[in-house]
Design a protein around this ligand. Structure first.
Ligand SMILES: Cc1ncc(C[n+]2csc(CCOP(=O)(O)OP(=O)(O)O)c2C)c(N)n1
Ligand code: SF4
Ligand SMILES: [Mg+2]
Length: 363
């Protein structure tokens, strides 16, 4: 006898009814959070750095997923800092996987639950199954196993928490490290003044284009409702889903601890991280159009990892951001077009762009 596999449908959080939200001068809600679920599958007491973006992502994703959830975590900061002998912050089943096999491990968990429910050996409903892998894992060492899982369409959510470096082993360059982003493997110097010469791998677009039957989306820790709703949409989707989330790394990027969420907004508002959703039913991308379009310096100047940038590097970054605006169908305002000229910039670490000017939200 075979039994039916019953699946959860998680309701989405409401963007409206923001009673407690305050708008800033640009009409941006200041980090509006809906009435968060009280349950905390990622509880307090872990050992990540203060202001750790991946830890914020973990908490919101698991609040959105809820208590009937099984989580996997490949090697990386979010494995090492969250698991000491006999101690983890998880109140749901969690398993560590080798860095290369987050996708294959999670496929096995998903296939196992399906089979057990069908055979009547597990009562169901089918739990929320997800893996949160770092960029080193998801975009590099473990990309093959995640791509395989997406292709085979296992019913699980595959998330890349992207801190744009191999953080846990000492902030080394990864495929998603941005152009000019300094890491311990891309130091700047006379021969290579920009540090990292390569543009970042466009992981989410690769996943959407390469697996057109999957739900794929990008998000950031700057937009908690968006992050939690895309988590729920990915889990509600029957089949494989992939979420690529921008998560600042306080230690590796060198910024003020309280600015993690603000960075998550500014990266979008400066055109460096397009936020979108790919709908596999329509085979269409839906882009988010931010209310503010900023020069890239509003973002770069908050972080020590970009402090070495010369005028031509900043201009190159602005050219890339302007291409991104065009790619999502937004006009490039004339002042941002002008900033493609290196003559309009000075060395980033000069006083005009120094970090103290960026204290506080919206500065
Ligand atoms: C096959 C393999 N190569 C290298 C390592 C060493 N290693 C452990 S954690 C880590 C960094 C992982 O980076 P990422 O996936 O981006 O996660 P983060 O540390 O940034 O959170 C590396 C390279 C490993 N564990 N396994
Ligand atoms: S090094 Fe970065 S990613 Fe790792 S715990 Fe610290 S802030 Fe988080
Ligand atoms: Mg990383």
């Amino acid at each position: 006898m075979t039994y039916e596999v019953i699946r959860h449908q998680l309701p989405l959080f409401d963007e409206d009814g923001r009673a407690g939200a305050t708008d800033d001068e640009h009409g941006r809600d200041l980090y509006y959070l809906p009435d968060l679920p009280e349950e905390d599958p990622y509880a307090a007491g872990h050992r990540t750095c203060a202001g750790c973006g991946p830890a914020i992502q973990y908490r919101w994703v698991l609040k959105a997923a809820g208590q009937d959830t099984v989580v996997a975590g490949p090697t990386g900061c979010m494995y090492v800092a969250n698991s000491t002998y006999l101690c983890t912050p998880y109140t749901v089943p969690w398993a560590h996987t080798p860095i290369a096999s987050g996708g294959s491990f999670t496929s096995g968990v998903a296939a196992g639950y399906e089979a057990m429910i069908r055979k009547g050996r597990y009562p169901g409903p089918y739990p929320n199954i997800l893996v949160m892998a770092g960029d080193g894992s998801a975009s590099d060492i473990g990309i093959g196993s995640i791509s395989g899982a997406l292709h085979r369409n296992h019913d699980a959510l595959f998330i890349c928490y992207d801190n744009e470096c191999y953080a846990n082993t000492g902030i080394q360059v990864s495929p998603t490290t941005p152009y000019a982003g300094m890491t311990t493997f891309t130091p700047f110097g006379k021969a290579i003044p920009e540090g990292n010469k390569l543009p970042p791998k466009n992981l989410a677009k690769m996943m959407a284009e390469g697996h057109p039957h999957c739900y794929v989306a990008t998000t950031t820790v700057g937009y908690p409702v968006d992050l939690m709703n895309k988590t729920r949409k990915g889990l509600n989707h029957v089949g494989a889903a992939f979420l690529h989330c921008y998560t600042p790394c306080q230690k590796g990027w060198v910024y003020q601890t309280s600015m993690t969420v603000e960075l998550g907004r500014r990266v979008v508002e400066s055109g460096l991280w397009p936020v979108w959703e790919y709908d596999p039913a329509e085979r269409q991308y839906h882009y988010f159009y931010p209310p503010v379009q900023r020069p890239v310096t509003d973002y770069l100047a908050m972080q020590g990892r970009f402090g070495h940038m010369l005028p031509e590097h900043v201009a190159t970054m602005q050219v890339g951001a302007n291409r991104n605006w065009e790619a999502i169908g937004m006009d490039v305002p004339a002042p941002l077009r002008d900033l493609e000229d290196p003559g309009r910039h000075q060395r980033l670490k000069d006083e005009e762009y120094s970090m103290p000017l960026n204290r506080g939200a919206g500065a």
